[in-house]
Ligand binder design. Structure first.
Ligand SMILES: [Fe+2]
Length: 247
């Protein structure tokens, strides 16, 4: 029997997670990170590129980026909290060093993003002479944060996900995901789906909506379909309708 050790080591306070093994990538039977992480990546790319292209002299544009950065901050905090609450106990049991690493990453990333929210807010009412400098600093800081966050997501998707699957099996992984979704209020689900659905591909969307139709009340499913129609392009809606009946 092969004993799989999570690819992580500790040397004093330093925890090292090794790169995913150099073998053919295998999709998880149920990947609880995939859809939400696609949405979060899209949001991080959006705020970074907007900070790079907005006119720093226009107050309403500085205000809009500060509001968007704050909304992404809220998403990141809630997402990390869901992982800490529902995934961490399993990791603590089966891969404690990895659990420690991910908890400390969440704390560091959260503190770092708090600083970004402050910077974006300060830029709104800053002196005219500082507008260009502060918005460019915001752009650089968002880009660097995104780089660190992408590394964190890569560990979750390519190290933690297979570790979870080996430790508890796909059905228990899916049960964790269902517990997370059940804990989220409907208005937050709608907000999250509005940036998650456009970031997903048609196969992902069909899988998610089919699962929702089986588990959610008909009126809740209808509301999600309305939302999907409002946030997806016409071509994406047509592609979805060619694979499943939405009504
Ligand atoms: Fe995370």
């Amino acid at each position: 029997m092969t004993i799989h050790q999570p690819p992580v080591t500790r040397d004093g306070d330093r925890i090292t997670v090794f790169e995913p093994p150099d073998e053919p990538y295998r999709l998880a039977a149920f990947d609880l990170y995939r859809d939400i992480h696609k949405g979060i990546r899209a949001e991080l790319f959006a705020i970074t590129s907007t900070a790079g292209s907005l006119d720093p002299t226009v107050r309403v544009d500085r205000e809009a980026i500060a509001d968007h950065v704050a909304a992404v901050g809220e998403t990141l905090r809630r997402h990390a909290h869901h992982e800490d609450q529902f995934v961490d106990p399993v990791l603590v049991e089966h891969a404690p060093v990895l659990a420690e690493k991910v908890t400390s990453d969440h704390d560091q990333l959260e503190r770092r993003f708090d600083g970004l929210e402050l910077l974006a807010r300060e830029a709104v009412d800053s002196a005219a002479v500082d507008h260009r400098r502060m918005i460019h600093l915001l752009y650089l800081e968002l880009a660097t944060f995104t780089s660190a966050y992408l590394t964190h997501q890569n560990i979750e998707e390519r190290v933690i996900m297979p570790t979870l699957e080996r430790a508890i099996g796909p059905a228990a992984v899916q049960a964790i995901d269902e517990a997370i979704v059940a804990s989220i209020p409907p208005d937050e689900i709608a907000r999250t789906l509005s940036f998650m659905l456009p970031a997903m591909n048609t196969v992902d969307r069909v899988e998610m909506l089919t699962g929702m139709r089986q588990s959610a009340p008909p009126e809740a499913f209808a509301a999600v379909v309305d939302l999907a129609r409002s946030v997806l392009s016409t071509a994406d809606v047509v592609a979805l309708e060619s694979r499943m009946v939405l009504s």
